[in-house]
Design a protein around this ligand. Structure first.
Ligand code: NAP
Length: 283
């Protein structure tokens, strides 16, 4: 039996949908089961289980009888470590961890947090696989309101290239491993889309999709941080985002691999596919 955490989130909801389509017995961990009442599409093999990363007793109950965990969350170290510790107590045999370009000495605090979680996971002795992804195309959805209002967006990524990946392909890779974990223990995969793109490319693609000019206005990371805070983004998140976009401008996200196709048998979705499918959100 597979358990997917963060089952109402971007990656987790797609992972549950994919497991359901395969009629694979699985549990979807959510903190609010009401959030799943609209998932009438799910097969009978999918159980909804309530659990809170901040309440280890609920995690132990949810993880009882589970063989493999797809671990995805906002990646607050104490929370993911609580899930990992519960998985160890419940005898889980494999954990597929969704992560990023983690590094203990990264200037970006959430990457240091991911490195701390990964180190904790490695120290448990449970078999695990790391899925280190490039930036998700779904992040672009956060720009939709400003694109609708101003026919453009600001960003501090300069002309930096990004191997952006559709989060649905992250979910596809995670479920491919979770349904057949043998051979993936101890492996790290670096998940990307199939092309390096800049935010100028994104503006061009959106312009073509929407049939009107969408402008990318380049700003500095400190200006971007201020814009995000003014828009209501919590200060620590705005600081981390601005740092990450500054790194992108310097080429930090300009990496591509073929790992999605290797794991799933399918080419990753493109920016064109993403903008076309989400045109109504940006229009
Ligand atoms: N965005 C990127 O570009 C990017 C790139 C590389 C890696 N990543 C990694 O991807 C992961 C995030 O994945 P995502 O975008 O799918 O996340 P997400 O959409 O933000 O979803 C987070 C999930 O965690 C659940 N959750 C939050 N607090 C909880 C709690 N206390 N107890 C139980 N559940 C809780 C949320 O439930 P509710 O719906 O109830 O809030 C939601 O289902 C992180 O590890 C991140 O580092 C992201």
């Amino acid at each position: 039996m597979i358990l997917v955490t963060g089952a109402t989130g971007t990656v987790g909801s797609e992972a549950v949908r994919l497991l359901s389509a395969r009629h694979q017995p699985a549990r979807a961990l959510v903190r609010d089961p009401d959030r799943m009442t609209n998932r009438t599409d799910l097969a009978d093999e999918i159980e909804i289980v309530t659990g809170d990363f901040d309440r280890p007793d609920t995690l132990d109950a949810a993880l009882h009888g589970i063989d493999t965990v797809v671990l995805v969350s906002p990646a607050v170290p104490a929370q993911e470590i609580a899930v990992i510790d519960s998985a160890v107590r419940q005898g889980v045999s494999h954990i597929v961890k969704i992560t990023s370009k983690a590094s203990a000495d990264s200037p970006v605090d959430r990457r240091r947090g991911q490195a701390a979680i990964e180190a904790h996971l490695a120290a448990t002795g449970v078999a695990y696989t790391l899925l280190r992804s490039n930036a998700y195309l779904q992040n672009l959805l956060a720009l939709a309101p400003v694109i609708r209002q101003t026919r453009g967006f600001v960003m501090s990524a300069g002309d930096g290239q990004v191997g952006m990946i559709d989060a649905r392909d992250v979910a596809a890779a995670a479920t491919a491993i979770a349904t057949a974990p043998g051979g993936h223990a101890g492996r790290t995969y670096w998940l990307t889309g199939s092309a390096l793109i800049t935010y100028s490319d994104i503006a061009k693609e959106l312009s073509a999709t929407l049939g009107r000019e969408i402008e990318y206005r380049k700003i500095r990371p400190d200006e971007h941080r201020a814009v995000m805070i003014k828009a209501g983004v919590p200060e620590p998140v705005a600081s981390s985002n601005a740092q990450a976009f500054g790194l992108i401008a310097d080429g930090d996200a300009a990496w591509l691999t073929g790992d999605v196709a290797t794991l799933t048998g399918n080419a990753p979705r493109s920016l064109h596919t993403f903008t076309t499918e989400h045109a109504a959100v940006f229009a």
